[in-house]
Design a protein around this ligand. Structure first.
Ligand code: OXD
Length: 304
């Protein structure tokens, strides 16, 4: 069996090839090149679109990251090619760490104390009990559930919402927003979720709420977010993802006093566990069943 791998970072490319070769006994695993011989499966992240027309016989493509919005937006990806995405592969715990660190920092007023320290000011600030910090998690897949679970363990009140729950009427979006002192976005970007956090949604959050976005930048109307931060409707935003990445120089978020940002680094795919998942999925597909795959088959209609 032949597996092709594509990754923009040379080190990750080598690591992926080695990890897959180790876990897929007897398979030929190699970096994709324009003249690569026809392969059975391909694995990759930020893959050049040329791969797909040059490898029309592929039986499956495994996305080496969590989100598949870029793949689905590309017209180069054949409609009939089965696409698979990683279920967790070590990312859930990292996301939960990132989000809980951001919330604990807000709850314990670390930014205010840092500002006081800079002024040489010794003053105790009032703290608000956990019950005033309801965390609303939007997106309840493997990652969102792990984030929600972490907040439950930390004894925060937690409410959850997902596209599926909205579509089935199981949750009222406005009530969810009104309850969320902290809104955490972990949802995939789909036609249904694009721009869902707009000016109206931000206005429904309690005044002084926080937004944490570890999902996709385009879930949020960034101009509306900026206005909500400027007006104090939001006390702060912790952003790991943006509509345009890398975040362009001069973008107002870079130096907004109420924004803390990271460069799409909240969670990394751990190549070892991811390769084990993909190898198990390939073995399962080769046996002819794709019932209990350890990865998720992308549903192109749902958009993730
Ligand atoms: C992603 C990832 O999908 O980093 O954003 O895996």
């Amino acid at each position: 069996m032949r597996i092709l791998v594509s990754h923009p970072e040379p080190r990750a490319l080598t690591d992926w090839c080695e990890a897959l070769a180790q876990t897929l006994d007897g398979a030929q695993v190699e970096p994709w090149r324009a003249d690569s011989a026809p392969a059975d499966y391909a694995v990759g992240w930020a893959v050049p679109t040329a791969l797909f027309p040059l490898q029309p016989q592929l039986r499956g493509f495994f996305c080496a990251g969590a989100g598949v919005d870029d793949l689905l937006a590309s017209t180069a990806v054949p409609a009939a090619l089965p696409l698979y995405r990683l279920r967790d592969a070590g990312m859930a715990q990292q996301m939960a760490d990132y989000c809980s660190a951001a919330v604990l920092r807000a709850v314990t007023r670390q930014d205010a104390y840092a500002a006081q320290q800079a002024r040489g000011e010794w003053r105790e600030l009032p703290l608000e009990a956990r019950e005033h910090w309801t965390v609303g998690v939007f997106g309840l897949g493997a990652l969102g559930n792990a984030v929600a679970e972490r907040f439950r363990l930390l004894q925060f009140p937690v409410v959850g919402c997902s596209r599926q729950r909205l579509d089935t009427g199981a949750v009222d979006f406005n009530a969810f927003l009104q309850a969320s002192r902290v809104l955490v976005l972990v949802a995939p970007l789909t036609p249904r979720t694009r721009g869902i956090i707009d000016a109206a949604a931000l206005a429904r959050l309690p005044r002084g709420a926080w937004l944490i976005n570890v999902g996709r930048g385009a879930l949020v109307d960034e101009a509306a977010l900026r206005a909500a931060l400027d007006s104090g409707q939001l006390a702060g935003a912790v952003l790991d993802v943006f509509a345009r990445e890398p975040l362009p120089a001069g973008h107002p978020f870079w130096c907004h006093p109420r924004v803390r940002l990271t460069p799409h680094a909240a969670a990394y795919t751990l190549i070892g566990p991811a390769a084990v998942q993909i190898a198990a999925a390939i073995a399962c597909l080769e046996r002819g069943g794709d019932g209990a795959l350890p990865v998720d088959r992308v549903d192109r209609v749902r958009g993730y």
